[in-house]
Structure formats: structure tokens, C-alpha cells
Design a protein around this ligand. Structure first.
Ligand code: FMN
Length: 192
């Protein structure tokens, strides 16, 4: 039986995202990011399929992807708001890990379970980054859900989708936390 870990419980009880648009430098270097990803990829994965892959965005990649999002918005007939929303996180990005859900064609493990594993990986990156002293924020945005953008930007193919784009950086000083769920209002206890 695992020992009670009060420090871990305290961390999980206080964890939160920080707004990526306010991140500043520094961001994790390669070794620091590998440490985060080593912890984060320790994630439930039915069938040990590893139904995900990661794309790390740094430096000039962000300006290129912002332009790609604008190009795609124009192709879709989008207005200025769609262009601005599409460019947003890439114009401001400094370091981000794109989690690609990459489902394997195995009928035994349904696609939803493989997608959930990718979501768990996003959460793992949030937690590992915060535990390592960084701010982190899980974003998507319309381009991430546009198959053509996802193919051009991240090489998505064969049923792959973007589960999350997790930005990591130096966060601003903490503001107030957002309201949190009260478990009592969510839980049905089934005891008979
Ligand atoms: C799948 C997913 C996609 C999200 N995409 C966005 C997004 O595109 N833009 C945004 O402002 N927030 C987005 N969010 C919400 C942010 O991650 C938000 O900061 C987070 O819910 C804060 O919760 P936390 O403090 O418990 O981590 C997304 C959340 C999830 C789970």
C-alpha cells in the first residue's frame, strides 16, 4: 500500500493553470522540459498503445504558425475576429507542447479510451510543469480543431487530432483562483 503523501495532496489541492498570454521568459530549456515530459508521460494508457505523440513549439515556430492560422482563417472566409483568435496564442507563444491524440486501429481499445489517455497526458504536463515551478496553460483554439491546419502545422494524419496545446513559461504573480467545484454537488454515492 502506498504511503500517504501529504505534500502531493497539498499540491494537487492547490494546483491551477496560469494564463499563457501573460507568460514571460525564461521558459524551460530542453533538459528541464524532458524532465517534465518524463513525469507527464507516466499516464494511464489502456493496452500500452501510447496513442499520442508530442510536438514541442519554440522560438520562430510561433510566428510561422500564427501566419499559418491567419492563412487558414482567410481560406475559410473568416473575419478579423477569427483571424485574431486564430493567431492569438501563436503570436504570444514562447514554449508549448502540442499533444496529438494518435489513435491506433485496435478494436479492443475504443478510440474514446485512447483520446482520454491523451487528455490525461495534457493534465500530466500541466501538473509536472507546475511542480517544476513553471506556469502552464492547456489551450486549443479553432485552428487546433481544423483538420487542415492540424495537418499543415503538426503533421496530423490518419485520424490524429490535437488534444491540447500546453503552454509553459514564467507566470505572473498569482491573482485570485477561479471558483472550484464542490464534490458534494457532483457525487452520487451508490452503497447498496
Ligand atoms: C480541452 C481543453 C481546451 C481548452 N482550450 C482553451 C482555449 O482554447 N482557450 C482558453 O482560454 N482556455 C481553454 N481551456 C481552459 C484553460 O485550460 C483554463 O485555463 C483551465 O480550464 C483552468 O483550469 P485549472 O486552473 O483548473 O487548470 C481549455 C481547457 C481544456 C480542458
Amino acid at each position: 500500500m502506498p504511503a500517504r503523501n501529504d505534500a502531493a495532496l497539498a499540491f494537487l489541492s492547490a494546483r491551477r493553470s496560469r494564463p499563457a498570454k501573460l507568460f514571460t521568459l525564461p521558459v524551460p530549456d530542453r533538459d528541464q522540459l524532458v524532465e517534465i515530459l518524463t513525469a507527464a508521460t507516466r499516464v494511464p494508457d489502456h493496452g500500452k498503445l501510447q496513442p499520442w505523440r508530442l510536438v514541442v513549439l519554440r522560438g520562430a515556430a510561433f510566428a510561422r504558425l500564427a501566419d499559418l492560422a491567419e492563412t487558414r482563417a482567410r481560406e475559410l472566409g473568416g473575419d478579423d475576429e477569427k483571424i485574431a483568435k486564430g493567431r492569438g496564442q501563436y503570436d504570444l507563444g514562447k514554449l508549448a507542447v502540442v499533444v496529438i491524440a494518435s489513435p491506433k486501429p485496435l478494436p479492443k481499445i475504443p478510440p474514446v479510451e485512447q483520446l482520454l489517455s491523451a487528455g490525461a497526458l495534457c493534465m500530466g504536463i500541466l501538473n509536472a510543469a507546475e511542480a517544476a515551478g513553471w506556469g502552464a496553460n492547456w489551450l486549443t483554439g479553432w485552428p487546433a480543431h481544423d483538420p487542415e491546419f492540424a495537418a499543415r502545422a503538426f503533421g496530423c494524419q490518419g485520424g490524429e487530432t490535437v488534444a491540447g496545446i500546453v503552454h509553459i513559461g514564467t507566470p505572473p504573480a498569482d491573482g485570485p483562483d477561479r471558483p472550484r467545484p464542490e464534490p458534494a454537488s457532483l457525487v452520487t454515492w451508490v452503497e447498496a
